[in-house]
Design a protein around this ligand. Structure first.
Ligand code: KG4
Ligand code: ZN
Length: 342
Protein backbone atom coordinates (compact mmCIF):
# COMPACT_ATOMS: atom_id res chain seq x y z
CA UNK A 1 0.00 0.00 0.00
CA UNK A 2 1.46 3.36 -1.08
CA UNK A 3 0.78 6.17 1.38
CA UNK A 4 1.30 9.79 0.45
CA UNK A 5 2.38 11.75 3.55
CA UNK A 6 2.05 15.50 3.91
CA UNK A 7 3.78 17.56 6.62
CA UNK A 8 3.27 21.31 6.99
CA UNK A 9 3.05 21.89 10.74
CA UNK A 10 5.84 24.47 10.96
CA UNK A 11 8.36 25.82 8.42
CA UNK A 12 9.04 22.62 6.47
CA UNK A 13 6.84 21.50 3.58
CA UNK A 14 7.27 17.75 3.27
CA UNK A 15 5.76 15.28 0.80
CA UNK A 16 6.67 11.58 0.81
CA UNK A 17 5.46 8.25 -0.48
CA UNK A 18 6.03 5.30 1.85
CA UNK A 19 5.13 1.73 0.94
CA UNK A 20 3.56 -0.47 3.64
CA UNK A 21 4.67 1.83 6.47
CA UNK A 22 8.39 1.10 6.13
CA UNK A 23 9.77 1.52 2.65
CA UNK A 24 10.38 5.16 1.68
CA UNK A 25 9.87 5.33 -2.10
CA UNK A 26 10.69 9.02 -2.24
CA UNK A 27 10.45 12.26 -0.32
CA UNK A 28 10.64 15.98 -1.01
CA UNK A 29 11.28 18.68 1.54
CA UNK A 30 11.34 22.43 1.21
CA UNK A 31 12.09 24.73 4.10
CA UNK A 32 11.17 28.38 4.42
CA UNK A 33 13.93 28.73 7.05
CA UNK A 34 15.92 31.36 5.15
CA UNK A 35 12.91 33.70 5.12
CA UNK A 36 12.65 33.54 8.93
CA UNK A 37 16.33 33.75 9.81
CA UNK A 38 16.60 37.52 9.98
CA UNK A 39 13.73 37.57 12.50
CA UNK A 40 15.44 35.05 14.84
CA UNK A 41 12.42 32.71 14.84
CA UNK A 42 9.53 31.37 12.77
CA UNK A 43 7.03 33.93 11.47
CA UNK A 44 3.77 31.94 11.05
CA UNK A 45 2.40 34.06 8.22
CA UNK A 46 5.56 33.56 6.13
CA UNK A 47 5.55 29.82 6.86
CA UNK A 48 1.97 29.29 5.68
CA UNK A 49 2.47 31.38 2.54
CA UNK A 50 5.54 29.39 1.59
CA UNK A 51 3.71 26.06 2.09
CA UNK A 52 1.10 27.31 -0.33
CA UNK A 53 3.74 28.33 -2.86
CA UNK A 54 5.56 25.00 -3.00
CA UNK A 55 3.25 22.15 -1.99
CA UNK A 56 1.80 21.39 -5.42
CA UNK A 57 5.22 21.70 -7.06
CA UNK A 58 6.75 19.26 -4.53
CA UNK A 59 4.07 16.65 -5.21
CA UNK A 60 4.64 16.87 -8.96
CA UNK A 61 8.41 16.64 -8.44
CA UNK A 62 8.04 13.61 -6.18
CA UNK A 63 5.77 11.75 -8.60
CA UNK A 64 8.20 12.43 -11.43
CA UNK A 65 11.18 11.29 -9.38
CA UNK A 66 9.52 8.09 -8.15
CA UNK A 67 7.98 7.43 -11.59
CA UNK A 68 4.65 7.01 -9.91
CA UNK A 69 1.36 8.58 -10.88
CA UNK A 70 -1.59 9.84 -8.87
CA UNK A 71 -3.30 6.49 -9.34
CA UNK A 72 -0.50 4.71 -7.46
CA UNK A 73 -1.50 6.51 -4.24
CA UNK A 74 -3.73 4.39 -1.99
CA UNK A 75 -4.06 6.65 1.07
CA UNK A 76 -3.35 10.29 1.95
CA UNK A 77 -1.93 10.91 5.45
CA UNK A 78 -1.50 14.44 6.75
CA UNK A 79 -0.27 16.09 9.94
CA UNK A 80 -3.31 17.78 11.47
CA UNK A 81 -1.65 18.96 14.70
CA UNK A 82 -0.03 20.21 16.78
CA UNK A 83 1.55 23.07 14.87
CA UNK A 84 0.92 26.54 13.47
CA UNK A 85 -2.70 27.15 12.48
CA UNK A 86 -2.09 28.61 9.02
CA UNK A 87 0.58 26.04 8.17
CA UNK A 88 -1.56 23.07 9.24
CA UNK A 89 -4.51 24.44 7.26
CA UNK A 90 -2.50 24.44 4.02
CA UNK A 91 -1.44 20.79 4.43
CA UNK A 92 -4.84 19.54 5.59
CA UNK A 93 -6.75 21.39 2.86
CA UNK A 94 -4.36 20.08 0.22
CA UNK A 95 -4.68 16.53 1.59
CA UNK A 96 -8.48 16.69 1.60
CA UNK A 97 -8.61 17.96 -1.98
CA UNK A 98 -6.17 15.29 -3.13
CA UNK A 99 -7.92 12.42 -1.35
CA UNK A 100 -11.26 13.60 -2.74
CA UNK A 101 -9.95 13.93 -6.29
CA UNK A 102 -8.24 10.53 -6.22
CA UNK A 103 -11.09 8.79 -4.40
CA UNK A 104 -8.75 7.40 -1.72
CA UNK A 105 -9.10 7.48 2.08
CA UNK A 106 -7.71 10.29 4.21
CA UNK A 107 -6.10 10.07 7.63
CA UNK A 108 -4.98 12.75 10.08
CA UNK A 109 -1.72 12.09 11.93
CA UNK A 110 -0.45 13.56 15.18
CA UNK A 111 2.90 15.26 14.62
CA UNK A 112 4.48 14.17 17.92
CA UNK A 113 3.47 10.51 17.47
CA UNK A 114 4.94 10.74 13.96
CA UNK A 115 8.27 11.92 15.43
CA UNK A 116 8.29 8.70 17.49
CA UNK A 117 7.26 6.58 14.51
CA UNK A 118 10.36 7.85 12.66
CA UNK A 119 12.45 5.36 14.69
CA UNK A 120 10.56 2.54 12.92
CA UNK A 121 11.93 3.86 9.61
CA UNK A 122 15.52 3.25 10.72
CA UNK A 123 16.69 0.09 8.96
CA UNK A 124 18.90 -0.84 11.96
CA UNK A 125 15.82 -0.87 14.22
CA UNK A 126 14.55 -4.16 12.84
CA UNK A 127 11.75 -4.69 15.30
CA UNK A 128 10.73 -2.43 18.15
CA UNK A 129 8.39 -4.05 20.63
CA UNK A 130 5.50 -2.33 22.40
CA UNK A 131 4.95 -0.82 24.90
CA UNK A 132 7.68 1.78 25.09
CA UNK A 133 8.40 5.17 26.58
CA UNK A 134 8.73 7.87 23.92
CA UNK A 135 10.61 11.15 24.24
CA UNK A 136 9.99 13.89 21.68
CA UNK A 137 12.53 16.70 21.76
CA UNK A 138 11.91 19.38 19.16
CA UNK A 139 11.69 23.10 18.64
CA UNK A 140 8.08 23.18 19.81
CA UNK A 141 7.84 20.26 22.23
CA UNK A 142 9.58 18.34 24.95
CA UNK A 143 7.28 15.51 25.97
CA UNK A 144 7.35 12.03 27.44
CA UNK A 145 4.79 9.45 26.37
CA UNK A 146 3.76 5.97 27.34
CA UNK A 147 3.03 4.20 24.06
CA UNK A 148 1.05 0.96 24.40
CA UNK A 149 0.65 1.11 20.64
CA UNK A 150 0.11 4.00 18.26
CA UNK A 151 -3.63 4.04 19.03
CA UNK A 152 -3.11 4.16 22.79
CA UNK A 153 -0.68 6.89 23.79
CA UNK A 154 -0.64 8.46 27.23
CA UNK A 155 1.20 11.70 27.92
CA UNK A 156 3.43 11.37 30.97
CA UNK A 157 4.92 14.85 31.10
CA UNK A 158 5.83 17.83 28.99
CA UNK A 159 7.51 21.18 29.25
CA UNK A 160 5.86 23.83 31.36
CA UNK A 161 7.50 26.64 29.39
CA UNK A 162 10.11 26.51 26.59
CA UNK A 163 10.79 23.33 24.62
CA UNK A 164 14.44 22.30 24.69
CA UNK A 165 14.99 23.14 21.00
CA UNK A 166 13.32 26.47 21.65
CA UNK A 167 15.75 27.09 24.52
CA UNK A 168 18.68 26.37 22.20
CA UNK A 169 17.19 28.70 19.58
CA UNK A 170 16.71 31.51 22.11
CA UNK A 171 20.17 31.16 23.68
CA UNK A 172 21.69 31.06 20.18
CA UNK A 173 19.89 34.27 19.30
CA UNK A 174 21.19 35.87 22.52
CA UNK A 175 24.75 34.76 21.67
CA UNK A 176 24.31 36.02 18.09
CA UNK A 177 24.73 32.55 16.61
CA UNK A 178 21.81 32.63 14.16
CA UNK A 179 18.79 30.38 13.74
CA UNK A 180 18.19 27.48 14.30
CA UNK A 181 20.32 27.32 17.42
CA UNK A 182 20.69 23.57 18.01
CA UNK A 183 23.28 22.70 15.34
CA UNK A 184 25.57 25.67 16.07
CA UNK A 185 25.29 25.14 19.84
CA UNK A 186 26.32 21.52 19.29
CA UNK A 187 29.33 22.61 17.25
CA UNK A 188 30.52 25.17 19.79
CA UNK A 189 29.82 22.81 22.71
CA UNK A 190 32.16 20.20 21.24
CA UNK A 191 35.05 22.59 22.03
CA UNK A 192 33.73 23.77 25.39
CA UNK A 193 33.95 22.68 29.00
CA UNK A 194 30.58 21.25 30.14
CA UNK A 195 31.30 21.76 33.83
CA UNK A 196 32.70 25.27 33.60
CA UNK A 197 29.35 26.96 34.21
CA UNK A 198 26.97 25.48 36.72
CA UNK A 199 23.27 25.91 36.05
CA UNK A 200 20.93 25.02 38.90
CA UNK A 201 18.95 21.82 38.41
CA UNK A 202 15.52 22.31 36.95
CA UNK A 203 12.76 21.40 39.40
CA UNK A 204 9.13 20.81 38.47
CA UNK A 205 6.18 19.96 40.72
CA UNK A 206 5.35 16.87 38.66
CA UNK A 207 8.54 14.84 38.25
CA UNK A 208 8.04 14.02 34.56
CA UNK A 209 7.42 17.59 33.46
CA UNK A 210 10.24 19.76 32.15
CA UNK A 211 11.09 23.41 32.61
CA UNK A 212 13.78 25.18 30.62
CA UNK A 213 13.00 28.88 30.60
CA UNK A 214 14.90 29.51 33.88
CA UNK A 215 18.12 28.40 32.18
CA UNK A 216 17.72 31.14 29.60
CA UNK A 217 17.55 33.67 32.45
CA UNK A 218 20.62 32.09 34.11
CA UNK A 219 22.60 32.46 30.87
CA UNK A 220 21.64 36.14 30.77
CA UNK A 221 22.69 36.82 34.39
CA UNK A 222 25.86 34.79 34.05
CA UNK A 223 27.02 37.02 31.19
CA UNK A 224 25.79 40.20 32.86
CA UNK A 225 27.70 39.34 36.06
CA UNK A 226 30.82 38.74 34.00
CA UNK A 227 30.53 42.27 32.63
CA UNK A 228 29.78 41.12 29.07
CA UNK A 229 28.31 43.91 26.94
CA UNK A 230 24.64 43.25 26.11
CA UNK A 231 22.93 45.37 23.49
CA UNK A 232 19.52 45.50 21.88
CA UNK A 233 19.08 44.72 18.21
CA UNK A 234 15.64 44.65 16.53
CA UNK A 235 13.95 44.11 19.88
CA UNK A 236 16.22 41.23 20.95
CA UNK A 237 19.07 41.24 23.47
CA UNK A 238 22.43 40.23 22.00
CA UNK A 239 25.53 39.49 24.09
CA UNK A 240 28.97 40.37 22.81
CA UNK A 241 30.72 37.32 24.18
CA UNK A 242 34.23 35.93 23.48
CA UNK A 243 34.42 32.61 21.64
CA UNK A 244 35.82 30.54 24.51
CA UNK A 245 33.04 31.66 26.82
CA UNK A 246 30.45 30.87 24.12
CA UNK A 247 31.92 27.38 23.81
CA UNK A 248 31.77 26.77 27.57
CA UNK A 249 28.27 28.18 27.79
CA UNK A 250 27.03 25.92 24.99
CA UNK A 251 28.69 22.84 26.52
CA UNK A 252 27.30 23.64 29.99
CA UNK A 253 23.88 24.32 28.51
CA UNK A 254 23.82 20.95 26.74
CA UNK A 255 24.99 19.31 29.95
CA UNK A 256 22.12 20.54 32.12
CA UNK A 257 19.44 20.07 29.44
CA UNK A 258 20.51 16.59 28.35
CA UNK A 259 21.02 15.41 31.94
CA UNK A 260 17.47 16.47 32.69
CA UNK A 261 16.16 14.63 29.59
CA UNK A 262 18.06 11.47 30.52
CA UNK A 263 17.02 11.55 34.18
CA UNK A 264 13.33 12.07 33.46
CA UNK A 265 13.20 9.54 30.63
CA UNK A 266 14.75 6.96 32.92
CA UNK A 267 12.28 7.83 35.66
CA UNK A 268 9.41 7.40 33.18
CA UNK A 269 10.77 3.95 32.28
CA UNK A 270 11.00 3.04 35.97
CA UNK A 271 7.48 4.32 36.77
CA UNK A 272 6.02 2.38 33.84
CA UNK A 273 8.30 -0.58 34.40
CA UNK A 274 9.50 -0.50 30.80
CA UNK A 275 13.02 -0.93 29.52
CA UNK A 276 12.48 0.47 26.03
CA UNK A 277 12.86 4.12 25.05
CA UNK A 278 12.33 5.79 21.66
CA UNK A 279 13.69 9.26 21.00
CA UNK A 280 12.65 11.55 18.15
CA UNK A 281 12.45 15.22 17.15
CA UNK A 282 14.99 17.74 15.84
CA UNK A 283 17.11 17.84 19.02
CA UNK A 284 17.67 14.07 18.70
CA UNK A 285 20.12 14.95 15.89
CA UNK A 286 22.56 15.98 18.60
CA UNK A 287 25.51 13.59 19.02
CA UNK A 288 26.11 14.49 22.66
CA UNK A 289 22.47 13.74 23.47
CA UNK A 290 22.79 10.38 21.71
CA UNK A 291 26.00 9.59 23.57
CA UNK A 292 24.43 10.35 26.94
CA UNK A 293 21.37 8.20 26.22
CA UNK A 294 23.47 5.33 24.88
CA UNK A 295 25.62 5.29 28.00
CA UNK A 296 22.41 5.13 30.00
CA UNK A 297 21.32 2.13 27.98
CA UNK A 298 24.45 0.25 29.01
CA UNK A 299 24.31 1.30 32.68
CA UNK A 300 20.59 0.91 33.24
CA UNK A 301 19.84 -1.83 30.71
CA UNK A 302 17.35 0.26 28.77
CA UNK A 303 17.00 -0.38 25.04
CA UNK A 304 17.32 2.93 23.20
CA UNK A 305 16.04 3.58 19.68
CA UNK A 306 16.64 6.82 17.82
CA UNK A 307 14.99 8.17 14.70
CA UNK A 308 17.41 8.06 11.79
CA UNK A 309 19.22 11.40 11.74
CA UNK A 310 17.74 12.43 8.42
CA UNK A 311 14.23 11.89 9.82
CA UNK A 312 14.70 13.67 13.17
CA UNK A 313 13.66 17.04 11.80
CA UNK A 314 10.16 17.54 10.40
CA UNK A 315 9.49 15.33 7.38
CA UNK A 316 6.60 13.63 5.60
CA UNK A 317 7.93 10.04 5.63
CA UNK A 318 7.17 9.71 9.33
CA UNK A 319 3.63 10.98 8.64
CA UNK A 320 3.06 8.51 5.79
CA UNK A 321 4.51 5.65 7.86
CA UNK A 322 2.31 6.30 10.87
CA UNK A 323 -0.69 6.95 8.60
CA UNK A 324 -0.32 3.41 7.25
CA UNK A 325 -0.20 1.88 10.75
CA UNK A 326 -3.28 3.80 11.88
CA UNK A 327 -5.20 2.94 8.71
CA UNK A 328 -4.38 -0.75 9.08
CA UNK A 329 -5.69 -0.51 12.65
CA UNK A 330 -9.03 0.65 11.23
CA UNK A 331 -8.73 4.41 11.48
CA UNK A 332 -9.50 7.01 8.83
CA UNK A 333 -11.06 10.46 8.67
CA UNK A 334 -13.77 12.08 6.61
CA UNK A 335 -13.48 15.49 4.98
CA UNK A 336 -14.44 17.18 8.24
CA UNK A 337 -10.94 16.41 9.55
CA UNK A 338 -10.01 19.35 11.76
CA UNK A 339 -6.66 20.79 12.67
CA UNK A 340 -5.53 21.14 16.27
CA UNK A 341 -2.95 23.89 16.55
CA UNK A 342 -0.48 24.34 19.44
O1 KG4 B 1 11.50 18.53 15.10
P1 KG4 B 1 11.90 19.83 14.52
O2 KG4 B 1 12.41 19.85 13.11
O3 KG4 B 1 10.75 20.88 14.53
C1 KG4 B 1 9.72 20.91 15.45
O4 KG4 B 1 8.78 20.07 15.37
O5 KG4 B 1 9.82 21.81 16.32
O6 KG4 B 1 13.01 20.44 15.52
C2 KG4 B 1 13.64 21.68 15.31
C3 KG4 B 1 14.51 21.97 16.52
C4 KG4 B 1 15.11 23.37 16.55
O7 KG4 B 1 14.80 23.99 17.78
C5 KG4 B 1 16.61 23.13 16.41
O8 KG4 B 1 17.40 24.10 17.09
C6 KG4 B 1 16.77 21.74 17.01
O9 KG4 B 1 15.62 21.04 16.58
N1 KG4 B 1 17.97 21.06 16.54
C7 KG4 B 1 18.99 20.67 17.34
C8 KG4 B 1 19.99 20.12 16.49
N2 KG4 B 1 19.52 20.17 15.20
C9 KG4 B 1 18.29 20.75 15.26
N3 KG4 B 1 19.16 20.76 18.67
C10 KG4 B 1 20.32 20.30 19.19
N4 KG4 B 1 21.31 19.77 18.45
C11 KG4 B 1 21.20 19.66 17.10
N5 KG4 B 1 22.18 19.14 16.37
ZN1 ZN C 1 8.50 18.40 14.66
Amino acid sequence: MNVLGIETSCDETGIAIVKDGRNILGEELSSSLKYHQSYGGIIPEIASRMHLEVIDYLLKKLLKKTRLTNTDIDLVAVTNGPGLTGSLLVGVSFAKALAFALGVPLIGVDHLSAHLYAAFLESRNKKIAFPFVGLVVSGGHTSLFYVKDFLRIEILGSTLDDACGELFDKVARFLNLGYPGGPVIEKLASRGNPIRIHFSPIRTKRPLDFSFSGIKTSVFYHLKDKGIKIKEKRGFLIADCPLSLKQDLCASLQEIVFNSLVKKSLLACRIKNIDRLIIGGGVAMNEELRRKFLSLSVKEKVEIYFSPKKLCMDNASMVAGLGYVLFKAGKSNDFNLEIHAD
